[in-house]
Design a binder for this molecule. Structure first.
Ligand code: NAP
Length: 324
């Protein structure tokens, strides 16, 4: 690329300095976040922009694409892309990339952490000790992971990494997705309610979006039963949050460990007030190690695209390898 061919890239809600530095070394970089007048910035530079670098959970819609007539690629930080209108991107020939695989182990580790924390009440025990209650009485006995069957909703990259870890815990493993996986021997259920009836732990690892909105509903929670544990490391939208709160409050299920919520960063007071929840602020991939790897893959996708080598990790809806 000669200097006058250097592509213009727009950074949106991507705050990692290492990402901005790597992009600035290769591209003409513009930022939308710190612009006092976003509209004016888009009017001035929109027609020059050929690539977007966007942060996790960043809404990207057709109205933005209208302002960027020469956009070729959206490189997104994170594996989930339910906040990006990929249909609109596909219709315009824009490739969308994400950061799969490099975060699967990290998120799976956290899912197991949430499961153990919810079953054995680890944060509650910590609070009990710090409050000085131990001097007066032992911490109450808890539920157990022993003799449980764990169901995974969405046996994809992260779901499989969770299953691999669960094998070491000696629990039964079953799963539901739209298609059975020939390469695994875990029990497949062709319906979510069927899975919930067969297990007493449900780990949600399916993508967000209209297709999965609220599929973990009151009926699924009831099927899980009073010993039931729900862990969600996927998207808050997959669970009907009001139904979950009611199930936790009424004892329809036993406990929940949640990393994601319907309306982040707002978390319902009702969920916070419950003693049988373990709540985390969407930190599944949030380690220095993994966020650095994600940032590198985000920039590598842009570099590879503009060097003519195609995207490294496009989403399935935009599989093309050249600008259309
Ligand atoms: P993936 O490899 O695409 O796996 C998704 C799985 O969900 C697939 O097995 C898919 O199987 C299943 N699925 C898709 N649509 C479904 C539906 N309508 N009903 C039932 N199952 C369905 O994705 P991944 O890399 O494992 O990531 C999974 C999700 O985790 C991401 O989309 C993201 O939202 C979330 N995530 C959260 C964090 C965090 O920080 N907490 C970090 C990374 C990712 P079938 O195609 O057979 O249905």
């Amino acid at each position: 690329m000669t200097p006058d061919q250097t592509p213009d890239i727009l950074l949106i809600r991507q705050t990692r300095p290492d990402v901005a530095e790597r992009l600035a070394a290769r591209f003409r970089l513009h930022r939308l976040d710190d612009a006092p007048d976003r509209d004016a910035v888009l009017s001035a530079i929109g027609p020059r922009i050929r690539g977007l670098a966007v942060g996790a959970m960043c809404p990207i819609d057709a109205a933005l694409f209208d302002r960027l007539p020469h956009l070729e690629i959206v490189s997104s930080f994170g594996v989930g892309y339910d906040t990006i209108d990929v249909g609109a991107a596909a219709r315009r020939g824009i490739v969308v990339t994400h950061t799969p695989d490099v975060l699967s182990d990290e998120v799976a580790d956290l899912a197991l952490g949430l499961l153990l924390a919810a079953v054995r009440r680890i944060p509650q025990g910590d609070r009990y000790l710090r409050a000085g209650h131990w001097r007066a009485a032992s911490f109450p006995l808890t539920a157990s992971l022993r003799e449980r069957r764990v169901g995974i909703l969405g046996l994809g990259r992260i779901g499989q990494a969770i299953a691999t870890r669960l094998e070491g815990f000696g629990v039964g493993i079953a799963y539901h997705g739209r298609t059975p996986r020939a390469e695994v021997s875990y029990a497949y259920h062709d319906s979510l309610i069927g899975l919930a009836q067969a297990v007493d732990v449900l780990i949600v690892a399916a993508p967000g979006g209209p297709e999965t909105r609220g599929i973990v509903d009151a009926a699924v929670l009831a099927a899980l039963g009073p010993e039931g544990i729900v862990v969600n490391i996927a998207r808050g939208s997959v669970i009907d949050e009001a139904a979950l709160i009611e199930a936790l409050r009424a004892g329809t299920i036993h406990a929940a460990g949640l990393d994601v919520f319907e309306n982040e960063p707002q978390v319902p007071d009702a969920l916070i007030a419950l003693e049988n929840t373990v709540l985390l602020p969407h930190v599944g991939s949030g380690s220095h190690h993994t966020r650095t790897a994600m940032g590198r893959l985000l920039t590598d996708n842009l570099v590879s695209w503009f060097e003519g080598d195609g995207p490294l990790t496009p989403v399935p809806e935009t599989p093309w390898s050249r600008a259309r």
